[in-house]
Design a protein. Structure first.
Length: 266
C-alpha cells in the first residue's frame, strides 16, 4: 500500500491513541500528509513521535489539540486544518461511550454531549472539507461506528452510544447517495472488538452504575482473548480506503461490504 496516498492530506480525529493512532501510522506509510486531532496534547505528541520513528518528516504532520464536543474549539480546529491544506481524506474516529447507565437517569445535557461528539462533530467536519473534495473530484470520508448498531439490544445501559452510532451510520449512507458521481466516497467502518483504552475504561466502571450485564460483556471480551489489536483493525479499514465503493458498511471482522447495505461506486 506504500505510496497509494502520496500527495494527499488526511485528517484523523481521535488520533492520540488506539485505532486513530494506528490509522494515522498506516496512512503515513501510504504516503499521506497528516492533520491529527484529539483532546490530549500528550497523546498527540506520542503519535507524532511514533510517526517520526516510522520515518515521516516532522513538517508533514500537524497536530491540533481540541475537544470536538465543544463547538467553539471544533470551529478553531477546522479553521486550523483548512488553513494548512485541502483535506482529501477524513477519518472521523473520535467518539465517547458516555453516558452509560439507566436511560431514565441520563440527563439531557449528557445526552446532548454524546450526540455532539459522536454525530454533530463528524457531520461538521464533513461539511467543512466537502467543498475542497468535490472541487477536486476526489475525496474519502470514513465514519467509524460500532458493531453494536447491528444488535443494539446487546448494550443495555449504553443507549446513547448505540443511538448515536446508528445516527452516524444513517448520516453516512445518506451522504453517500447525495455525493454519488462526484468522486467523493462516504463509508461506515465498524472496527470490531479492539483492545483500546475505551474497552479498559468500561471494564473499570462500577457494575452498579453501568449494569452487571454490560460490565460482564466487556470483561468477557478481554478474558476470552478475542480483542484485536488497533493495528489489525486499522489495516482492515485502510484496505478499502483507496477504492471507489461508497455507501457501504465495512467491518473489521468481515472486510467485505455489509450485505444489508447497497453500495455503489463513486
Amino acid at each position: 500500500m506504500t505510496g497509494e496516498f502520496t500527495g494527499r492530506t488526511a485528517l484523523v480525529t481521535g488520533a492520540g491513541r488506539g485505532i486513530g493512532r494506528a490509522v494515522a501510522l498506516g496512512l503515513a506509510d501510504a504516503g499521506a500528509d497528516l492533520i491529527l486531532l484529539a483532546r490530549s496534547a500528550d497523546q498527540l505528541e506520542a503519535t507524532r513521535a511514533a510517526l517520526a520513528e516510522s520515518g515521516l518528516a516532522h513538517e508533514r504532520v500537524v497536530v491540533v489539540t481540541t475537544d470536538l464536543g465543544d463547538e467553539e474549539q471544533r470551529a478553531r480546529a477546522i479553521e486550523a486544518a483548512l488553513t494548512r491544506s485541502r483535506i482529501d481524506i477524513l477519518i472521523n474516529n473520535a467518539a465517547t461511550v458516555e453516558p452509560l447507565g439507566v436511560s431514565a437517569e441520563i440527563s439531557t445535557a449528557e445526552l446532548r454531549r454524546a450526540y455532539e461528539v459522536n454525530v454533530i462533530a463528524p457531520a461538521a467536519l464533513t461539511s467543512a472539507v466537502l467543498p475542497g473534495m468535490t472541487g477536486a473530484g476526489w475525496g474519502r470520508i470514513v465514519n467509524v461506528s460500532s458493531g453494536i448498531v447491528a444488535h443494539p439490544e446487546g448494550m443495555v445501559r449504553g443507549n446513547a452510544y448505540a443511538a448515536t452510532k446508528a445516527a452516524l451510520e444513517a448520516h453516512t449512507i445518506n451522504l453517500a447517495a447525495e455525493l454519488r458521481g462526484t468522486g467523493v466516497t462516504a463509508n461506515v467502518y465498524r472496527p470490531g472488538r479492539v483492545d483500546t483504552a475505551m474497552q479498559e475504561w468500561i471494564r473499570g466502571q462500577d457494575p452498579g452504575r453501568i449494569g452487571a450485564a454490560l460490565h460482564g460483556r466487556f470483561t468477557r471480551f478481554a478474558a476470552s482473548g478475542e480483542l484485536i489489536a488497533p493495528e489489525h483493525s486499522a489495516a482492515a479499514l485502510l484496505k478499502h480506503l483507496g477504492g471507489t465503493e461508497t455507501g457501504a458498511v465495512w467491518d473489521a471482522d468481515d472486510p467485505t461490504t455489509d450485505t444489508t447495505t447497497v453500495a455503489t461506486t463513486a
